[in-house]
Write a protein that binds this ligand. Structure first.
Ligand code: ASP
Ligand code: MG
Length: 395
């Protein structure tokens, strides 16, 4: 029997009625003859509420204790979903990240998965149980509870899918797949039927939260196709993220018309440091994946971090300031597409659009599949719409 890994985001399990609906959806899939592993996020805004509580007690709570606290959110939803499935007459068992053998680094609040030893999951599947897993958490080699960074439940799902050689990994949320820009901001954003891993990683790095970057990197390395779909919209086709090699895309890129998308991060920490502090800052930020960075060893550093992905952005900012860095909050806008940063043309054209629009931007950060500018937060929505209108061609 083929193993299917599904993941349901926080908004899909936000209340008991939604949990019941997810339970029925899981059972329907099981009845098609699959072995099912279901990863859940914390209900609704639970993670944010837990963080607020911690910060009310202490401006810089211990990162170890934060992980203890935040890992509870996912445990609540896993147990409730398991109970809802029992209630429908099916056998399910909930397991924490550590019970599933998810071994991580010891970097609290931002741990990376190093190994997955899913023996317990395999045992339970063999017994015919639906296995419900608490996302976003693991255990370090020091046997401490760790969490994987904001949005980390996607990573749990893909890592398990890889370790179990699953047939598919389905990521369900309240949005119907991946769009050419955030549809809440860009009115003309279009649903993308398929994307390469690289494009999706660049979109996530640029700030798109629909799929977690580390999760997509795992999928790429294990060559697992990811299906991003809407939980409650029946018949939603969603988006497939899978290996590149579409003829149509290659042909477009050759004609100098790469497929482009726009992604943005609304709350970005722009970290600047000079002299020796530059090197220290770069080393300190090594565990985070920055939106972009520029570094001249011993001379200067500029690092853009997506504050929405940090468990404690303010604490990190004051730590960096203590090291001699300056930290300001701004926004970032990116153009994504194969080869957009490989030739100067797209950076030049986009830069002239920004100038025409009177936007005060940073110099572009260029990588082969992404161009990123720091822009004022108040210009973000307008710039996202303008760049989408100018550069995102009809598919
Ligand atoms: N509950 C965690 C968060 O809000 C993890 C996740 O949702 O994937 O970031
Ligand atoms: Mg998410």
């Amino acid at each position: 029997m083929a193993i299917i890994v599904q993941k349901y985001g926080g908004s899909s399990v936000a209340d008991l009625e939604k949990i019941r609906r997810v339970a029925r959806k899981v059972i329907a899939r099981k009845r098609q003859g699959h072995e099912l592993v279901v990863v859940v996020s914390a209900m609704g805004r639970t993670t944010d509420e837990l963080l607020d509580m911690a910060r009310e007690l202490s401006p810089e709570p211990s990162r170890r204790e934060l992980d203890m606290l935040l890992s509870v959110g996912e445990r609540i939803s896993m147990a409730l979903l398991s109970m809802a499935i029992h209630q429908e007459g099916y056998e399910a068992i909930s397991l924490t990240g550590s019970q599933c053998g998810i071994i991580t680094t010891d970097s609290h609040s931002n741990a990376r998965i190093m190994d997955v030893r899913p023996f317990r999951v395999q045992d339970e599947l063999r017994r015919g149980h639906i296995v419900i897993v608490a996302g976003y958490q693991g255990t370090s080699y020091k046997r401490e509870v760790t969490t994987l960074g904001r949005g980390g439940s996607d990573t749990t799902a893909v890592a398990l899918a890889a370790a179990l050689s699953a047939q598919a990994c389905e990521i369900y949320s309240d949005v119907d797949g991946v769009y050419s820009a955030d549809p809440r901001v860009v009115v003309d954003a279009k649903q993308l039927a398929e994307l390469s891993y690289e494009e999706m990683i660049e979109m996530a790095r640029g700030g798109a939260s629909v799929l977690n970057e580390q999760a997509v990197a795992f999928a790429r390395d294990a060559r697992i196709s990811l299906y991003a779909r809407s939980t409650h919209m029946e018949g939603s086709k969603g988006t497939i993220v899978r290996p590149d090699g579409f003829d149509e895309r290659a042909a477009r890129a050759e004609r100098g018309l790469p497929h482009m998308a726009v992604s943005h991060a609304r709350d970005v920490m722009v970290v600047r440091a000079a002299g020796e502090a530059a090197d220290a800052v770069v080393e300190r930020l090594e565990e985070h994946s920055p939106i972009a960075f520029a570094w001249e060893p011993g001379a200067s550093a500029r690092v853009l971090l997506n504050a929405a992905l940090l468990a404690g952005p303010d604490a990190l900012a004051s730590e960096l300031e203590g090291m001699g860095a300056s930290v300001v909050r701004s926004a970032a806008i990116s153009l994504i597409g194969h080869g957009v940063g490989a030739v100067p043309r797209w950076a030049r054209e986009a830069q002239s659009v920004l100038t025409r629009e009177g936007v005060v931007s940073s110099a572009p950060f260029c990588s082969s599949a992404r161009l990123t500018w720091v822009i004022p937060q108040e210009d973000l929505d307008r710039v996202a719409n303008v760049l989408h209108g100018e550069f995102v061609f009809d598919a």
